[in-house]
Ligand binder design. Sequence first.
Ligand SMILES: [Fe+2]
Length: 185
Amino acid sequence: MPTPFAAQIDLLTGAIDSAEQRVVSRTLDDVNGIFARECHGSELVYEVFNLDVPELNSELQTCTTRLHPGRVGDEYYMTKGHFHEVRDRSEIYLTTSGVGRLLMATASGETVVQEMAPGTMNYIPGGWAHRSVNVGDEPLVFFASYIGDAGHDYATIEKRGFPVRVVEGTDGPTVVANPRYVADA
Ligand SMILES: [Fe+2]
């Protein structure tokens, strides 16, 4: 059982002052395969700063994500995306800096795309895979909180992809169908 704690979050960078955090960094090499084109290199695509608590459904995990600006081909930098291992576990995002899109999809391919901008709160119900995309020139920074035992299933998205992609079009960020997407049978 955790004791009460507090942490200071830098809203522009997502950095957390706590010594207790666990940092996950993803480079271009780490995310190779999520874009239509291959990508390689040690350039950082995103970082997640986690304040871990016991993985129980009585607790709330919290983290911040800093998703850097950039593109692979015409696709904006994005997170790997995941379902929760325990499928019905929900999550909320609060964007604190930058602009992005939140892609959400069910196993059967129903898709919702929402905007992310400072002050935007996005609610991700259980059963919806989620991936964020930075469509701006600055880091996209958001705070997230989710049920403690949710866990992460990245493999399903790695295998099936997302139903849509966000690409740079002539009028800015454009959502297009992903021809490689494989719906759940
Ligand atoms: Fe999640």
